[in-house]
Design a protein around this ligand. Structure first.
Ligand code: PLP
Length: 386
C-alpha cells in the first residue's frame, strides 16, 4: 500500500494513517474539552470512551484491566517504569530494582538508565538469542526487584519473547515484582491475549496500526498501586493528567476497530506476503542472510544483512525507487551508530551497518511486492558496484 506514491515497507516504524481514520477523526474536531460538563465537552468524552472500548475489545480485556490513554508508547513505558519509584527519593546501594534486556526499545532502556542515575540501580541483561528466557530471570530477579520489563516482539528483528515463561519465572522468584510488557508490535500482528498471563501492565501505540502518531495507551491491572507520571489534573481516572488528545484517541479507536474486524484475513495475508518476500530475497540477492526468526517470529518483519552494501545507502536508493525500508541505525552526531539490537544479537558493527528491516502493512498488492523486490535487487547491485 502506498504512502503518497511510495510502498511502505517500514510499517513497524509507522503504518500510515488509515483512510477510515481520515474520515472518522473529523467528528472530534467539532468537540471541546472532554472534562467540560456542557454538551461540547460531553461529545468529546463520549468519543474517548468509545475509543477506549475499541482498544479494550482488540486486546480482549476484562474488567480487571484499564486502558489509560497517553501521548504514545514512549510515555506509557516511562510511566510503567517510573511509577513504582515515584514515592521515594533514592534507593539503597547494591540492589537490583529493575531488570530488562539489551534488546529493548530506547523508550525502555533510557528510563532504566535514569532510574539508576537516581539511585535505583538495576540490570540490563544480554539476550543473544533475540529474547530473554525464564532461566535468565530466575537467576536475576531478587527480593528487591520491583519491575521486570520485556517486549512482546522486537521491532527490528521480529523475535518474540516467551512471555508466559518470563512472567512465571519472575513471579516465582518475587510475587510482588511487577511485569511490564512493551507490546507496541503486538497489535494487528497477533491475537495473543497478553492479559491472560499474570502481567501487570503493557504499552501500545496508535500509529503502528494506522492511527495518528502522538497517542498510545498504558494498560494496567486495576488493582495495581499506581503513581502517575504526569500530575496536575484528574484526567484518565487520575492516572494521567492533561487534557486528552481527542482526535488522536479517536484515531486509535477507529484503527483498533478496523484491525479487530479484519484480524484473521490480516494474519493470513501478512504471513503469505512475508514468505513471498523472504523467498524472493533469498533467491534474488547473493550473500543475503536473515536475522529474523524464519519460523515463529513477528509475522510482518524481515531483517536482512546484505554484505558489501551500506544499509543507509540502500535505504536512500530504495527511497529513490519509491520503496520505504529502515536501516535501524540511529544517527547520533551525524555518524550512524549500528543498531543496539543487532549488536545485542551478536552482529559485528560491519554486519549491523549492512542490515535493513522490511516490515509489511497488511494491504500490499502482489504488484507492489514484486516491484519492491525488483527495486531491492536493483538497489543492491547499484550499492555493490560503487
Ligand atoms: N516500543 C517499541 C517496540 C516501538 O517500536 C516504538 C516505536 O517505534 C515505541 C516503543 C515508541 O512508541 P511511540 O512512537 O508511540 O512513542
Amino acid at each position: 500500500m502506498r504512502n503518497g506514491a511510495a510502498i511502505n515497507l517500514d510499517a513497524n516504524a509507522s503504518y500510515g494513517v488509515l483512510p477510515e481514520v481520515y474520515e472518522g477523526v473529523r467528528e472530534s474536531f467539532g468537540t471541546l474539552n472532554p472534562s467540560s460538563i456542557h454538551a461540547g465537552g460531553q461529545r468529546a468524552r463520549a468519543l474517548i470512551e468509545a475509543a477506549r472500548d475499541s482498544v479494550a475489545a482488540l486486546l480482549g480485556l476484562s474488567r480487571s484491566e484499564r486502558v489509560i490513554f497517553t501521548s504514545g508508547a514512549t510515555e506509557a513505558n516511562s510511566t510503567a517504569l517510573f511509577s513504582p519509584f515515584l514515592s521515594e527519593e533514592r534507593g539503597a546501594p547494591d540492589r537490583c530494582y529493575w531488570l530488562t534486556s539489551a534488546l529493548e526499545h530506547h523508550s525502555v532502556l533510557e528510563p532504566c538508565v535514569r532510574l539508576s542515575a537516581s539511585g535505583f540501580s538495576g540490570r540490563i541483561l544480554s539476550a543473544e538469542r533475540g529474547f530473554l528466557t525464564g532461566e535468565d530471570l530466575r537467576s536475576a530477579v531478587t527480593a528487591d526487584t520491583r519491575i521486570v520489563t520485556a517486549m512482546f516482539a522486537n521491532n527490528e528483528t521480529g523475535h518474540l519473547s516467551p512471555l508466559s515463561e518470563l512472567v512465571k519465572a519472575t513471579k516465582e522468584r518475587n510475587e510482588n515484582c511487577r511485569f511490564h510488557v512493551d507490546a507496541v508490535q503486538l497489535l494487528g500482528k497477533s491475537d495473543f491475549r497478553l492479559f491472560d498471563l499474570l502481567i501487570d501492565s503493557a504499552s501500545f501505540s496508535a500509529h503502528k496500526i494506522g492511527g495518528l502518531p502522538g497517542v498510545g495507551a498504558l494498560v494496567i491491572r486495576t488493582d495495581l498501586p499506581y503513581n502517575p507520571l504526569l500530575v496536575g489534573g484528574a484526567q484518565e481516572i487520575r492516572h494521567r493528567a492533561g487534557t486528552e488528545n481527542v482526535a488522536g484517541i479517536v484515531s486509535f479507536g477507529i484503527a483498533a476497530e478496523v484491525v479487530r474486524k479484519g484480524l484473521a484475513e490480516r494474519f493470513r495475508k501478512l504471513d503469505a506476503d512475508r514468505r513471498f518476500l523472504e523467498e524472493r530475497l533469498r533467491t534474488g540477492v547473493e550473500g543475503i542472510s536473515f536475522n529474523h526468526p524464519v519460523e515463529g517470529g513477528l509475522i510482518n518483519t524481515v531483517s536482512v544483512t546484505v554484505p558489501g552494501v551500506r544499509a543507509d545507502d540502500l535505504v536512500v536508493a530504495l527511497d529513490l525507487r519509491g520503496v520505504y525500508v529502515s536501516s535501524g541505525a540511529a544517527c547520533a552526531s551525524g555518524k550512524p551508530e549500528p543498531s543496539h539490537v543487532l549488536k545485542a544479537l551478536g552482529l559485528s558493527d560491519e554486519s549491523a551497518r549492512s542490515t535493513v528491516r522490511l516490515s509489511l502493512r497488511a494491504d500490499h498488492t502482489a504488484e507492489e511486492l514484486a516491484q519492491a523486490v525488483d527495486a531491492f535487487t536493483a538497489a543492491v547491485s547499484g550499492g555493490r558496484c560503487r
